[in-house]
Every structure is written in structure tokens, then in C-alpha cells.
Design a protein around this ligand. Sequence first.
Ligand code: DOR
Ligand code: ZN
Length: 344
Amino acid sequence: MTDTITIRRPDDWHVHLRDGAMLEAVAPFTARQFARAIIMPNLSPPVTTAASAAAYRDRIMAALPEGTDFTPLMTCYLTDDADADDIAAGHAAGIFTAAKLYPANATTNSAHGVTDVAHIMPVLERMQDIGMPLLVHGEVTDGDIDIFDREAVFIERVLKQLIAALPDLKIVFEHITTEQAVQFVDSCGPNIAATITPHHLHINRNAMFAGGIRPHAYCLPVAKREQHRLALRKAATSGSPKYFLGTDSAPHEIHAKLSACGCAGIFNAPYALESYAAVFEEEGALDRLEAFASEHGPNFYGLPLNEAMVSLERSNIHVPDDMESAGSRLVPFHAGSDLHWRIL
Ligand code: DOR
Ligand code: ZN
């Protein structure tokens, strides 16, 4: 039995670090585990310009201990008024790595999101020309579509048309949750990839209702039926270069989760790699963890692989019920249970 795994230092290709006190509370967890991370721009107000992204990047670095080896990769929040010139200039200047499409009102702080992809076609054309990846929150928001069907309907109504119109645009279908998404990504060319979160690999929708309502298992896209979780596990551990690590760690203060209208988001940053390792071990695929966590992402984005290495050892860790950090009280994913790999 393998007792130690040594892999290249991984990157997180989708994370919410927030701002202010919450940023101080959560950024060190991500920087401890990952060399680089794609930083989501859904602040309030959202990060829509290269200037605001550069300022946010500085605040992230200021929230970390001096000398921390961590690179935030910034993204632009697309709105109906997105400016192709500013986005292309921000990309050329090394400020924007990618741009994020939130359908308006799909999730946390997405009220300024795109109401119709037709409005941003000139921006997407420019992104295709310059090789800048588009990151997609793939859910329709129509009230008549069942919440569990929103991702599958998005593929049919939006994504297929988008790819037909812009066949060379690099697209990351973020935090996929369904077997339809896996089948679709598999059927596309190499410019279409997907991130998969640890929580969608561990839980299905029953977790939200296990013995009562469980707000800490609620995120968007919402976890689906077991058949979908199994399809995601197969995709993540398949060795396909189209799938890579993106935690979607999305912290909310405990009072914002435990509310009559609780926020969507699972805070998995503290034990993310340990959580993925559990899945890869259960699937008999520990030898593929490194490719998923540390190679497929940089290869898709055209960035160098990290040189540093990290080791995990087989060792029990008990995940606390909650964590106090820089004045915030947060409930981590796997709260109260044990994980069996530990970062050395
Ligand atoms: O669960 C989620 N939380 N999904 C998202 O898309 C956004 C995120 C957040 O920012 O809280
Ligand atoms: Zn997210």
C-alpha cells in the first residue's frame, strides 16, 4: 500500500478569495496548498477592469505572510457592457489570465452578469483571437427550468451555439456537476475543458437533506443525483487532459449560511488536496492525481508546470466542526469527519 505520494505542487483553477477581513481569513489556506490560483471576480462591486484586478491582486498578496510563494491569476467579470479593448489590454499586460461569464443572477454576486451572450459576442471574438480563455458558470437562470436541470439545459441552449459560433475559443466549463456535462466536454475538441470540485466528487444531492436541512452542503451548481457524481469521479480520474482541479472554495460567514435564505458555497480550501486524494484513492487512481492537480490545468492555460514538489502521507486528520480565522467563523467541507491523507 502506498503511504506517501509526492507530486508537483498543484494549482487551483477556480477559487473565491473574497475581500477585506474574509480575504485575510481564507487566502492563507489556498496559498498553503496551491502555487497558483484562478481568482473569481464576483466581488461586490465585481472586478470588471484591469485596474480593479491589479488592485485586487495587490490586496491578495498583502493578505498573505511576507514571502509566500503564491501567484493569483486574475479574471475579468463580464457584463453586458464589457469592453473588448480594456480586456485585451489587461490580458496583454499580464493582469487578466481569463474572463468569467456569469449568466445574470445565476449565483452569488452575479446580478451584473451577462443577460444574453449575444451582448458580449465582440468581446468573445476578441478573446478567441488573442487566445484568452473564457470561464463559464454553466447554468441557465430561467425560473421555469428546474434547478437540477439548469446545467444540462445550458449546454443545449447556450454552450453549443457559443462553440459553433466561436469554434477556436478556449472555454473552461467550470465546476461541472452532471453526466451530460462530462459527455459534452468529452465530445468537444481540445479547446474545451472543465474543472471539477472536491465536493461534487464527494457528495450527491442527498447530502443537503441528510436527517434535516444541511446548508453547508449547498452550493451552485447544486449537487445532483448519484449517477452524476459517479460520472464526475470517472472523468476526474480518467487521465483525460480536459479535466483539472478547481476547488470552487466559496466561504461565507456561518451566519450567512445558517439563514432563512442561506448563501451558496462550500469552503473547502483548508483540506482541498486531501479531499481530492481521498477520491483518487477510492477510485484506485492515486497515480493520476498529479496530472489532474498539477499538469492538465497549466497545459490548458499554456503556463509552465510548477517546479516545486509536495508530499502527502497516509495519516488521519480530523476536520474541525468550525474554524476561527482572522475574525471569521467558517465551517469547512468535511467538518467533523476524518480524512486519511495529510500534506507534509
Ligand atoms: O456555490 C457557489 N458559491 N457557487 C458559485 O457559483 C458562487 C460561489 C460564491 O461566490 O459564493
Ligand atoms: Zn465559483
